[in-house]
Design a protein around this ligand. Sequence first.
Ligand SMILES: Cc1cc2nc3c(=O)[nH]c(=O)nc-3n(C[C@H](O)[C@H](O)[C@H](O)COP(=O)(O)OP(=O)(O)OC[C@H]3O[C@@H](n4cnc5c(N)ncnc54)[C@H](O)[C@@H]3O)c2cc1C
Length: 809
Amino acid sequence: MMWTGILILILLISAYLRLPLLIWSLLLAGGLVAFTLFADAAVSQLSLLWLVYAAVIIPLNFKFIRLNFISRIIYGAMKKVMPTISQTEQEALDAGDVWWEAELFSGKPDFNFIKNLPKPELSDEEQAFIDGPVEEFCKMLDDWQITHVDYDLTPEAWQFAKDNGFFSLIIPKQYGGLDYSAYCHSQIVMKIGSRSGSAGVTVMVPNSLGPGKLLMTYGTEEQKDYYLPRLAKGIDIPCFGLTGPDAGSDAGAMPDTGVVCYGSYEGKDNVLGVRMNWTKRYITLAPIATILGIAFKLSDPEHLLSDEEDRGITLALVKRETEGVEIGKRHFPANHAFMNGPIRGKDVFIPIESIIGGVDYVGKGWAMLMECLGDGRAISLPALGTAAGKMSAKYTGAYARIRQQFHTPIGHFEGVEEALTEIAGQAYIMDASRSLVTVALDSGAVPSVISAIVKLQVMERMRDVLNHSMDIHGGHGICMGPHNHLGRPYQLIPVGITVEGANILTRTMIIFGQGAMRSHPYLLKEVKAVHNEDQKQGIKDFDNAFFAHMGFIVSNIVRSFWFGLSYAKFVSTPGEQGTRYYYQQLVKMSSAFALLSDICVGVLGGSLKRREKISGRLADALSNMYIMTAVLKHYENQGSHKEDLILVKWACEDSLFNIQTALKSIMENLPVPFIGALCNFIIFPLTKPYKRPSDKLGHKLARLTLTPSETLDRLSAGVFNSDDKDNSIGRISHALSLVLKTDELQHKLRDAYKHERISSRDSDAYLEAKEKNIITDTEYTLLLEAEAAIQNAIKVDEFSFNDWKIETP
Ligand SMILES: Cc1cc2nc3c(=O)[nH]c(=O)nc-3n(C[C@H](O)[C@H](O)[C@H](O)COP(=O)(O)OP(=O)(O)OC[C@H]3O[C@@H](n4cnc5c(N)ncnc54)[C@H](O)[C@@H]3O)c2cc1C
């Protein structure tokens, strides 16, 4: 019995430690030798054991036998069932870099990767830019004027943005750009977005995926020298047209065409070029753009460029004034006034030099777009979403403190508290998530899967946070007008959800689909081996990947089960008291995720592509593991302030619960219920270990939003603030400071009322309290001042019947 136990232990420890097959086999052989020598076993029993050992270990360790008698057969079977990868899919897969998600896919994340990442910081120049021109720009913006009166930024704001290089954040200095870091870029968009969503989008688009980025990455020297300085100075305003009426999410299916031919251009005849026809819509900045980036499918029927006729998706720059270009009217996206509209082209002729990157890049448009999508997607919308999170944490919290009902600040009611808790916790998650990805970008990596995760998760949390904020503000959030600071951000939610990869598609198709292929240690190697035209090499590669993969699965089974039993308490991880537990749970969930990913791929095979509910949940698990990492790193980056631990704890517990929900839902919905139940037993042997963050913890987060503190300052850092009593947010902070100043006095008044020394608890009793010497004259004046500030902060705008003009209530 003891010997059997020792043999099993050798097997389990080898699997846990992921020892190479040979070492594992030798250890087992050692165990068997000891068993043979010292155990009092019957010869028949020993013979059987050695026979089984030889039957399993010899074919596995002897390459010739394994290759020819095992791998060849599995390879043949796989070739029949494994779906091919289309060119478009391959280009999407190849785009960007693999980053931290590969560690999460490994089931054994190496935290040194995260530990060694630098803290995101601004240079002095960047900080000065944010404190100077960005602050000034924010003060110039009146979101109501922009979205309701002018439907545009003022000419002064446009000019200011151009003169100060707001459209050149990513353009290198040699071309006149600012060339700021990704982190700085994110901080800028966040600050502007916190003041005006329309201005935020206006600034973010030229700095995101568009002509600027594409030219920097692929442009010819002539193209860069001509366009980049013009874009940097705002002489040219760019837009990029990919989407059309028939090609939204499935942009690769665009019907837009370009035919290589000779034509006339700017007075010259017989120019080699492309005749284009396109219909694009939803194109940001299109109504005022001077230079249009267009994606289209190029064909070369006369073989003027090469022997190939269909050349594939190609990107070109078209000047606005080119004959045949039709700049459409304006769309009105969710009551926001950034420029957006359709553009059409009919028989537009452009010279061949207008193709971005020149003829070398003909047909590479899809790969170029995929490659460049990562940066912008990780910066722009996550920055806007985080702005909404931070503004909500600060101003919805403040509003919930100054707004009283039932003689109580509404933020003290448990119902409202629940919403405030979510706001604080999600804002922390959003900030952590978007900060960490900028570190990747600033190191030169473009982590395409992580950028999709950050975009998706921050946008979903923006939706949550703004819904909660709206609930807490009640009518105050609903009634639009210059004093409403919430209505427009609320209306911006669907824009963030849809743009730069619509969320449903990103969650259910992209994150796990691309993640598994790119970041799984063996999957892509197996797929590539199976599709290798050189069959001999294919079988060799397949053999290596397949057997390593099998060992990986066995290891993840052992590790998951052990972690399930032990809560991963014995795993050595970074962290301190208060955070180490979460690092350990991350190891545990990473191994469970790695195991379940393989189970899903194994059980569903190619059909996993269509089983979006399953791949969406795998994406949820992966996303929440990224979030936990980001939160733990963010806490350290911000100086590991103990007071911030409540935010870390809430965010990690929320994430763990989300991961558990996602994994359990997958297991409950696998087509073979037995496999699901078995996985559940391995991963969660102690039923459901994770719970939603407790009410007690939630209470602390909610209270955090109600009064100023250093933690709240860190949580809301980087957004636009104002103390101006007439400003939509300034009036709330002003009222809050007076409410907090008079808090003690209110206690005094409440006490006086309780003991029937004054007749009411309301403001009409202030005078009575003063006359009865319960409060002094100065205190009376302060109370009146606070009351006036509250009334000013809670008022909503009114409009005249006839001309819809604002009337001061
Ligand atoms: C304000 C705004 C600005 C924009 N700016 C630009 C721009 O500057 N340039 C540009 O080229 N485009 C731009 N777009 C277009 C944007 O990228 C598209 O709106 C987006 O790609 C979705 O396309 P669609 O709106 O046609 O939705 P559809 O493609 O019709 O999708 C509708 C829904 O179906 C879901 N869906 C579709 N296919 C799948 C699938 N296989 N699995 C799961 N779910 C799926 C989507 O997630 C979405 O929820 C902008 C859009 C808006 C609204």
